[in-house]
Design a protein around this ligand. Structure first.
Ligand SMILES: Cc1cc2nc3c(=O)[nH]c(=O)nc-3n(C[C@H](O)[C@H](O)[C@H](O)COP(=O)(O)O)c2cc1C
Length: 508
């Protein structure tokens, strides 16, 4: 098996070649990591972090370019590639412990000391130090279903930590069952993963074997190894694993506050206690941190992977609604999945409102803008232009209320627990004239070639022409001498202008 292809370190090397990584060779204190990570839109690689001289990489998934590189496709093809891979199951192959790189170093029993791992303060007012990049592997003891998620870890002491099991998730429900049945829930947390594994972990697919999601997204067989102190399978090519269990005593120790994905602090809440039974890692382990809860949500790992998964869900929702969009775009500077843009081709323009309604039906979506496909929907400037020139607020804005909001997360929620949503139809109004007044200026593009006509008169005898067509037809490459010729012909009454600005022979 190839244990290097989907190794985090291999991917980081690739990103360095692409110029996507800011590398820090100098010693950096753990307390300074977040400030440096937040200070750049690039991924950050620390070669000498903290007193243990960790190698640590942050924000590997924090951009479209980097997540597309993980798929090995250009950025605008990532969501289509994602959909393609999701259709194709891949095998999961168990390898013996002695072959698994993540078992090269094993720490058990009293040697376990979480304070030797790079937990650090990620936001000014967080309740403690965190590792933010953990992917959890579990099996629901009631159903036998394998679950994979992505969760932060808060350091408590040498052998215990907490995680946030308060947000709605499959793992929260699995753990609730364990508490009811008075049994602990074994988990193996992986730290240091390829972005495709991370993307798979953020998905919530209730009926799916979620280990299989990682294999699908990799588009390759997934090598797994059984954890040493529980039966859970984890990627054998990961960087580090923290094995252990949530005890059966339920939600009782405070997690948080923590800077959250919607751009505010999430409050404290009681969470279960996790007891560590072993730590295994590669000999040259590369630690990982994600960027989360900053003022630049667009640079967060959650946004980078959501660009792909959210846009894929939007393609699906539009297709199911019979709407054929030219492009969809997740606005990553807003909380994950809440703001979207769609570009429609002219023949689909009449479906702009249907498109808005189709996306309102996705719970997380709050804000939809529909534009024509003559615009680059990734451009804030172009979309702002369309919103002011093609959209009439009292006709083209849809506001609807009564949607279920997320308490404790969405500050716009009302007492009834609802939010409202807004849609902007910034497409060209149906029936708008298609004349030069409605065309967008662009620079002339005139190729070098031999003249098609001998003179201006000759060119106009073939039919009315815009000035640029005369420049092109006469291979002028300049245009000033054509202006002079046209003026002479106009003075003698030979040529004139049509209302759209084209030149024509007066006899036409
Ligand atoms: C960086 C990051 C950190 C996250 N941390 C948590 C967390 O601590 N707790 C949680 O419930 N969800 C967290 N999530 C969201 C879950 O990973 C996501 O809802 C996932 O689908 C849950 O998996 P599950 O429903 O299969 O258990 C996080 C997501 C990201 C991208």
């Amino acid at each position: 098996m190839d244990f290097e292809q989907f190794r985090l370190r291999t991917f980081v090397d690739r990103l360095i070649d692409l110029g996507e990584v800011e590398v820090h060779h100098e010693p950096v204190r753990l307390i300074d990591l977040s400030r440096i990570i937040e200070g750049t839109p690039k991924a950050t690689l620390f070669k000498d972090a903290g007193p243990q001289h960790y190698e640590l990489v942050a924000a590997v998934s924090g951009s479209r370019t980097r997540v597309a590189a993980a798929f090995g496709v250009p950025p605008n093809e990532a969501s289509r590639e994602y959909l393609r891979r999701m259709e194709a199951p891949q095998p999961i192959t168990e390898v013996p412990s002695r072959e698994a790189p993540v078992h090269q170093m094993v720490i058990t029993d009293n040697d376990v000391d979480l304070t030797q791992l790079p937990f650090f303060l990620q936001h000014e007012l967080d309740g403690g130090t965190y590792i933010s990049s953990a992917i959890d592997f579990a099996v629901d003891p009631r159903s036998g279903k394998r679950n994979v998620g992505c969760r932060r870890l808060m350091l408590r002491d040498e052998r215990t930590l907490t995680s946030n099991l308060t947000q709605p998730s499959d793992l929260r429900e699995i753990y609730r069952g364990c508490v009811e049945d008075h049994r602990p829930l074994p988990i193996s947390f992986v730290v240091g993963s390829h972005p495709l594994d991370f993307l798979a972990a953020t998905l919530r697919v209730p009926l799916e074997d979620e280990l299989g999601l990682i294999a699908r997204l990799r588009g390759a067989p997934l090598p797994v190894v059984k954890s040493l102190t529980n039966d859970l399978l984890v990627p054998a090519d990961a960087e580090l694993v923290i094995e252990g269990y949530f005890d059966e005593q339920g939600w009782r120790v405070l997690d948080g506050p923590y800077g959250e994905w919607w751009g505010f602090y999430g409050p404290t809440h009681p969470d279960p206690l996790f007891h560590v039974t072993a730590i295994t890692h590669r000999r040259d382990v590369l630690f990982q941190s994600v960027l989360h809860g900053t003022r630049h949500l667009e640079n967060c790992d959650a946004a980078g992977v959501a660009n792909v998964s959210v846009e894929a869900s939007v393609w699906r929702a539009l297709r199911d609604g019979g709407i054929h969009a030219s492009a969809v775009y997740h606005v990553a500077s807003s909380p994950t999945g809440s703001q979207l843009r769609i570009a429609l081709p002219p023949e689909q323009r009449s479906k702009a409102r249907d498109a808005i309604q189709a996306l309102f039906a996705i719970p997380i979506v709050k804000h939809v803008t529909v534009v024509d496909d003559d615009l680059d929907i990734a451009s804030d400037a172009e979309v702002a232009w369309a919103q002011t020139t093609r959209l009439r607020p009292d006709r083209d804005v849809i506001i609807e209320s009564g949607f279920r909001g997320r308490p404790g997360l969405d500050h716009t929620i009302d007492e009834a627990g609802t939010i409202s949503k807004i849609g902007f139809d910034a497409t060209i109004p149906i029936g708008a004239p298609e004349d030069i007044d409605h065309w967008r200026p662009q620079p002339p593009i005139v190729e070098r070639h031999a003249p098609h006509y001998a003179s201006v008169r000759d060119a106009l005898e073939a039919g009315p022409k815009y000035f640029v067509q005369l420049v092109d037809g006469l291979a002028s490459g300049d245009g000033r001498e054509i202006a002079l010729q046209l003026e002479r012909l106009r003075s003698s009454g030979t040529v004139d202008r049509l209302p759209n600005g084209e030149w024509h022979l007066t006899g036409d």
